[in-house]
Design a protein around this ligand. Structure first.
Ligand SMILES: Nc1ncnc2c1ncn2[C@@H]1O[C@H](COP(=O)(O)OP(=O)(O)OP(=O)(O)O)[C@@H](O)[C@H]1O
Length: 135
């Protein structure tokens, strides 16, 4: 990471050309997903849960609309977890010492993950329940 007051490292300088910049942006986003996967144990739980859900989807031969609901639910949880991770990192950077606002920011970000996970659990129960229990 670039230090405060240090010149921008070459690898962080935007490349010339629109397409190269777009490709570089995808690279940064991919690095973000990889970095979160490596540092956050919760992200690895989500990866395992996603693999189980996809396997269950094929096992139950769910419909296209059901796949769409499951994909939205899974993406919602991953998105909430990654935003939570980003907010935690920024909070630790901005407020390494105890501060009520830092605690509030982290609690609210964690609450977003909880709500996304609760929604995903509801989608999972509604989509897979009938397939699994009406056999
Ligand atoms: N700088 C701070 N000031 C005040 N309260 C904080 C601060 N840092 C953390 N907390 C409190 O401690 C809780 C846990 O924070 P922590 O950074 O350990 O996240 P976590 O819930 O353990 O997430 P993870 O497991 O992803 O690291 C926060 O939700 C917040 O209530």
């Amino acid at each position: 990471m670039a230090e405060f007051g240090q010149p921008t490292p070459d690898r962080l300088r935007p490349p010339d050309g629109l397409w190269r910049r777009r490709v570089a942006s995808f690279g940064h986003a991919g690095r973000g997903v990889w970095s979160a996967l490596r540092s956050e144990v919760h992200m690895r739980y989500h990866a395992v849960a996603t693999a189980v859900v996809v396997g269950l989807g094929f096992y139950c031969s769910i419909s296209r609309l059901e796949w769409a609901l499951v994909a939205l639910a899974v993406a919602g949880v991953w998105t909430a977890e990654m935003l939570n991770t980003a907010i935690e990192a920024l909070t630790d950077l901005a407020s390494p010492d105890f501060h009520p606002l830092a605690g509030k920011a982290k609690d609210i970000a964690a609450g977003a993950v909880l709500l996304a996970a609760a929604g995903a659990a509801a989608v999972g129960a509604l989509v897979f329940g009938p397939h699994l229990f009406s056999r």
